[in-house]
Design a protein around this ligand. Structure first.
Ligand code: PXP
Length: 242
């Protein structure tokens, strides 16, 4: 059954907007765990636009479920990740000018660097979930590079409007999940998922964690964070049982 890991970056975004101490992402992590999420995800971006180094340290001290650290595969981020020891890390591509992570990591065309980085993370005892497009070459390359898990990028599925295009994107995700499983990878998914589009992704056979951030933090403005998390879990549970 698919499970929810909540990305709490945007709690920090709100705090950074005023440069003060609240809302505190660590307090948010405690609430999402108590509300039933199986994981807490945070992205330490190179430009520190939301999460700060100290947030990640405090999250490591406080998170009781599974702390998932998203990061770029740079020397600085590899140093931080091996020191912090998250329960899982998710390497993502990063561009300074983007509003949010735009595409999956280019693993196939960058295999030597990715494999070397994974070796370093494994050497420090940190498992890896590469964030990739549901593309056969990328999935096979992720397995070849030694990734433990993959997170399939759901952005395109979430963006398309027509029913036909959605079904096509959903089938791409289904095939990607199937291939990932066949290669022995745990398969997660995320990006752009919300209360209206999560069900078919949660229903994909063998789906692991769904990493969802913006829609939950946005809904929390209206119904509170615990309520927003519980609403999402209810949708995921219902879809997974079908
Ligand atoms: N997964 C990854 C790898 C991401 O980079 C993000 C965005 O930080 C998410 C999931 C969550 O995306 P959203 O905020 O659109 O739910």
């Amino acid at each position: 059954m698919a499970r929810l890991s909540v990305n709490i970056d945007h709690v920090a975004t709100l705090r950074q907007a005023r440069g003060i101490t609240f809302p505190d992402p660590v307090a948010a992590a405690m609430i999402v765990e108590i509300a039933g999420a199986v994981g807490v995800t945070a992205h330490l971006r190179e430009d520190r636009r939301h999460m700060q180094d100290r947030d990640i340290e405090r999250l490591r001290e406080s998170v009781q479920t599974r702390l998932n650290l998203e990061m770029a595969l740079t020397d600085e981020m590899l140093d931080i990740t091996t020191r912090i020891q998250p329960d899982i890390c998710t390497p993502v591509p990063e561009k300074r000018a983007e509003l949010t992570t735009e595409g999956g990591l280019e693993v196939a065309g960058n295999a030597a660097h990715v494999a070397k980085s994974i070796e370093r993370l494994h050497g420090a005892g940190v498992p890896v979930s590469l964030f990739i497009d549901a593309d056969e070459n990328q999935i096979r390359a992720a397995a070849d590079c030694g990734s433990d898990e993959i997170e399939l990028h759901t952005g395109r599925f979430c963006e398309v409007r027509s029913g036909e295009a959605r079904e096509r994107e959903l089938n791409t995700l289904r095939r990607g999940a199937e291939l990932g499983h066949a290669l022995g990878l745990r398969v997660n998914a995320g990006h752009g998922l919300n209360y209206h589009n999560v069900a078919p992704v949660a229903a994909i056979e063998g789906m692991g964690e769904l990493n969802i951030g913006h829609s939950i933090i946005a809904q929390a403005v209206f119904v509170g964070l615990a309520g927003a998390v519980k609403e999402m879990i209810a949708l995921i549970d219902k879809a997974s049982r079908i």
